[in-house]
Ligand binder design. Structure first.
Ligand code: ZN
Length: 252
């Protein structure tokens, strides 16, 4: 029997504590709603972590025991320690999966993993969004129809300054006319990265079963397959065959 996928859901957990609208939609925090919501769509062992915990709830041991890290951030990207962001990046390079949700496009770990500005256009006008399924045969799209319709959403528009995705799985159309690359994947080192656009703290988007399925499928697909220290350059002193200068000294 396969083991449950070990998922850590990270939430800055700021809006929910100070805004009545956000609290009414996510009374226990977006992280708790996601934890409950995605459980229906996968075999997960879930822990959560938030900004105010020591080390933001993310030490090396926790990340080593995480198969997929899901990241929600919006108002407090700059309060995340550079050290933690770099650690997350390294752990992805070593094999951990990373899911960036919605406004996590501007989070420190996602920007490090992308290496670009990750800027985009946006508008809050409660408009309609249709996310079109471009790869129905992809595991992340399992159970998703031709499109997902969200009645009221925040618009994100192109250009989204990301490296060209390895796979573009969903493209959004917005009532106001813009389009957006909404579900994208990349390989980074030994790890997998997925960006999933839908979300927003003042709208109940993480109560939508189709969106929860999308997040769950992404977490399953991106799960750790290996744990390899990608930060090492290994000096292979013993060659498989006879080589011309086996005792040659390396100049330091
Ligand atoms: Zn938003």
């Amino acid at each position: 029997m396969s083991q449950p996928i070990r998922v850590t859901i990270w939430n800055e957990y700021v809006h929910e504590l100070k805004d009545d609208t956000v609290r009414s939609i996510y009374p226990d925090g977006i992280h708790k709603q996601l934890a409950t919501g995605i459980s229906e769509f996968g075999d997960f062992s879930i822990r959560t972590a938030t900004l105010k915990e020591p080390n933001h709830g993310l030490g090396p041991e926790i990340l080593d025991q995480t198969d997929t890290l899901i990241w929600w951030g919006h108002a407090a990207h700059n309060q995340v320690a550079d050290e933690t962001a770099r650690l997350v990046q390294e752990k992805v390079l070593d094999g951990m999966g990373f899911i960036g949700l919605h406004s996590a496009h501007f989070s420190k770990p996602f920007k490090l993993l992308m290496g670009t500005s990750c800027g985009l256009k946006w508008r809050e006008a409660d408009e309609k969004e249709r996310l079109w399924n471009l790869q129905p045969n992809h595991p992340i799209m399992d159970g998703i129809g031709d499109y997902i319709e969200i009645k009221e959403t925040e618009m994100y528009g192109e250009r989204f300054d990301i490296p060209t995705p390895d796979e573009l799985l969903m493209m959004s159309w917005f009532q106001g006319g813009e389009v957006f690359r909404s579900v994208c994947t990349w390989s980074r080192g030994y790890g997998r990265v997925v960006y999933v656009r839908p979300g927003h703290e003042t709208l109940p988007i993480y109560h939508n079963k189709e969106i929860l399925r999308l997040v769950a499928n992404s977490a399953s697909w991106a799960k750790r397959r290996v744990s390899i220290n990608a930060q090492e350059c290994v000096n292979v002193k013993k060659a498989l065959e006879v080589v011309p200068s086996p005792t040659k000294k390396h100049i330091l």
